[in-house]
Every structure is written in C-alpha cells, then in structure tokens.
Design a protein around this ligand. Sequence first.
Ligand SMILES: Nc1ncnc2c1ncn2[C@@H]1O[C@H](COP(=O)(O)OP(=O)(O)OP(=O)(O)O)[C@@H](O)[C@H]1O
Length: 576
Amino acid sequence: MFNHDANKQQTSQQSPVPSRPETPKKLKIDSPMFQPASPLKSTASLARDAPVFVPKTQQSSMVALAPEFKPGQDFIGGADSATSFAASSVPAPEFTQQMSQMSMDPSQVYSAPPDNMNPYANPSASMYYQPSMQPYQPLQYHLYAAQPPHRSDLLPYQRTIHGFFLSDNIREELQRKSAATLQTIGDLNLPRSVHVYHSLVPLDTKREKDTRVFGYPSWVYKAFSGTTGKTYALRRIEGFRLVKEQAIGLIEQWRRVTNASIVTVHEAFTTKAFGDNSIVFAYDFHPLSTTLYDTHFGPSPRYVAKYEGQAAVPEKVIWSYITQITSALRTIHAAGLAARCIDPTKILMTSKMRIRLNCLGIVDVLAYDTGGTLEEWQQDDLLQLGRLIVSIACGSPLAANDFPSAVDFISRHYSVELKDIIVYLISKPSPTKTISEIVTLIADHTIQDFNSALHFNDNIEAALARELENGRIARLLTKLGFINERPEYDHDPQWSETGDRYLIKLFRDYVFHQVDEQGNPVVDMAHVLSCLNKLDVGSDEKVMLVSRDEQSCLVLSYREIKSCIEVAFSQLSKKR
Ligand SMILES: Nc1ncnc2c1ncn2[C@@H]1O[C@H](COP(=O)(O)OP(=O)(O)OP(=O)(O)O)[C@@H](O)[C@H]1O
C-alpha cells in the first residue's frame, strides 16, 4: 500500500516509492501561482529520477505495492522535495462520491433509439422523414474556418492544423450534399406517398413545362424509398396513359446498364397518386446536381467569353464531355439500346466536369409503338452528340441550326481535331459510323482525360487518408469516453477512479485540461493530436501526470498508458 504516514519518511530511501515532503505547505486562495524555479530542469529531472511505473497488469510484483491507487490519498512518483508540486489541502474532487450517490445504471444513461426510428432497420418507417413545417435552416458553414493563406515560413516538420483534416471545400461540399439528400419539406400539394416512395421534394423549380423532349410535361422529385431506405429522383411524366404493358418492361433492360456517365434507372410504374394518369421513373439521386443546359446556357453560366465573339468554354472541358458521353454511348449501344435523349437539359452535371446522361429509357417507353430501328436511333445518338458539342462550343443552344457559321466559329477558336470530330458526327449517317470509331478518333484526348481523372482520384484518396487518421483518433477517444468517469462497473462505483483507470483519468487531464502559468486553459489541438498519436502507437516516451490536487505525480510511458486503456476497455467489453 502507498502510505503517507509521516513516520515512514526516513525509510523512503529503501522504499521504491518516495514519499512527499515532510511539511506540505497549505495552498490558500491568495497563494501565488506555483512557478517551478526551472521548469525544464524540474520536468527533466522528474522524468529521469522517477521510478518507472509499471501497471499492475504488466508486472504482478507491483500489484503488491500498488493494488489500488486512490486519488487524494496517496503519492507516487520520484519528485524530490525541491521539485515537488505545491501541496494542497483542497479535498479531492467529490465527483466520484456524487456519482456513486446517483448510482447510475449505464443502461439508463443511454438507450438506443427504437428500431422503427431507423429507416434502414424498418423500411416502412416513413415517420423518420416526417416533413418539417419549419423553414429549412441551412447548415452553419461559416463555422468551418477557411483554409489560411499558405505559410512559407513553416519548417519542414511543422504543419498547420488544416493539414490534419479534410479540406474545408470538400467537407462543405459533402455536407451540402448530405443536407440536400436528407432535406424534407411539407408540401401539402404533393401526395404523401407514391408507390413505395415517400417524403417527396420537388427538384425542378421552373413553372413553365417544356414538352420538347418527351412530348409530355415532366416533373422531378427527390423521394425516399420505403423498401431500401435510399434516396431516388422520381421523374413523373404527366398525363401519360400506358397502353402496352410490354413498353414498361423495357426498363428491365435499362436497369442492367451501368456506366459512370449515366444516371442509373431502377424502375418505372404508373400511378394515379398525383390525381392524373402519370408514369414515374425512379433514377439514382445525385444531390445538388444541375443540368448541362443550366451550366452553359442558364441565367448564370459557368463559362463567359472575355470578349464578344470569343470562345467561352475551354477546349479541355469540351473534350472531357465528349469522352464521358462517348463512354456512356459505347455501353448503351453495346447493350443493344440507344440513348434517344441527348439534350443539354437531360444531361446532369453531378460535380465539376462530371456529367451523366439522364432520363434514359423514358423515350423507349413513351414512344414504344412509333416505329424506327435501333440502327437509326444509334446513328441519331451520334448526330445529337455532334449538335450538343456545337452548341456548347459556340455558347448557344441553337448554334447547330446554322451549321456553316458554327463550323466557321469553331475552326477559328478551336483545334482542327475538334472541328473534324464535330463534322464527322454531324455528317450524314453512313453504314460504317459507329461509336467504336468515335472511341478510336478521340483516343488521344481520352488518355489525357483519363490522366486528369487519375490525378483527381489521387487527391481524393489523399483527402480520404486524412480522415482515416481522424477515424483512428476518434476510436481512441471513444474508448477513453467509455472508461473515464464511468459511474459504476461490476457494482463498483469507484471503478473509474481507482487503479489503472485513475491513471487514464490523469492522462485525460494531461491531454485536455492543462493550464498555462496564468491559469488559462491550454487549447492546443496539436498537443492533443500528438498525445493521442503517441498513445495509439504506444510510444516509450514518458509523460508526467499530476493529480488534480497537485499532491502527487506519476511518470509513465505512453506504452504503459495504452496498456492500461486496453485492459480497462477489455474489462468493459467482456460479457458477464
Ligand atoms: N437524377 C437526379 N438526381 C438529382 N437531381 C436531379 C436528377 N434529375 C434531375 N434532377 C434535378 O432536377 C432539375 C430539373 O430537371 P429537368 O430534367 O426537369 O430539367 P429542366 O431544365 O427543368 O428540363 P425541363 O424544362 O424539360 O423540365 C435539374 O436541374 C436537376 O437539378
């Protein structure tokens, strides 16, 4: 037992555990702040002279010396009297006692939400998504501090705090996307559910409906599926009466078409839920996407020409579009289908420079009986791709209607290769014109685009790796949270305050609760991360832990603290 019996002072030399100074000074409210004469020397000498603490789990002989370490009662550590910390008569915190009086049962403190609150556990739980009548509150993005300007005066081993975490831009984009995915509104004019979908949110804000593409007005809603719990984009074609059932069966074929540049369709069904005859197509939902039309021809286009008559869109962007659409068409044509819907309003822009063909399969169903052959439709896909590229390059959705002027503009502002591919796509269909030929013709640019995609992938992977590190730290903090200040374990209200757990508590104080000479809290993120990283690897570096009443201190290695945490955590996780 560690005993502070003053009579044992003289025998302290034989004892592996030195005792505290003979006449501890009382700490009064007006006592001057304790300032070690030479903090560096004292800390170093403490670490050097201190008998190494071995957790009781590691060395059974120590168990006899330190079976239970009680705060406010005992003293461990090698501080000599000159460097010992100010003794205090302030009683140990009464936290333990209060907690034991409350005799809290951990199961009462936290109870898991019932299964029916989890849409994935219980697919019919649409109550989880009850539309809120409150106005939508955007996230507080300004709470994420922006990246500071580049600091060239950093030494190679120094890092800013931003170096540890996902970049603010990616974080904000992901946050926005997740908020858009989970958004609900209480639109009373919409049905509560359509087929297995519920919590509909309209996505198209235009009032006037364009019937140019499908021949019918169409509406887009975001909705949750009660079956899978996932989010989908429902495209409703208003006023369409399905005559032949086989038509809707074509969607089965489209379901199997997967390509990174198309929006995958999942199912189609007819419904009267909107008060009319509608057919609805369920597609993958890509949050915060816009259309190619909005990006290039909308009220605030992304690319604006510097001077009148100049080309606005960089050629690299156009080649990237050609590459992505060609890739999509190659998959579609290989599956024995045709897109039949290459229109800037039906191409989604899901992130910067990432486009996907949208609404695939709809024309096949709506125009089931109207004639035409697969070859004709596939040739038309190539023609429409040519027209699309012309309109984007010339900056006008109608540019392809005056083809000679458009080609003249393109030859003056873009490369010969781009002009040639456009002329090839728009020229009269010939039996040899296939998507595979386009693939060969654009190979050089595809390689460049592929290289950019790989670079982007590398950046995303690097960003992910940073979060991976944070995940490691989060797991460590979770373990500490399970242990620290646990009100009771195995009928022992003192569990988290005694033995190894007391050391863990002191370590938590060391990491989070330090104060500087003026008594101000030290809120140094780098200190926290450095401590937790050393703890995670179990470094041999020593750390000095001081009890809250400043009467005792311990010198331990991170490896020993890690072992204490592992033992305490395994106690908690073992089944009784
Ligand atoms: N699969 C999807 N995932 C996410 N959002 C989508 C999806 N499909 C469409 N949208 C959103 O719906 C909006 C409207 O799409 P829509 O195809 O109706 O475009 P539009 O320009 O309104 O065309 P139209 O004039 O034919 O209605 C798009 O801007 C896009 O933001």
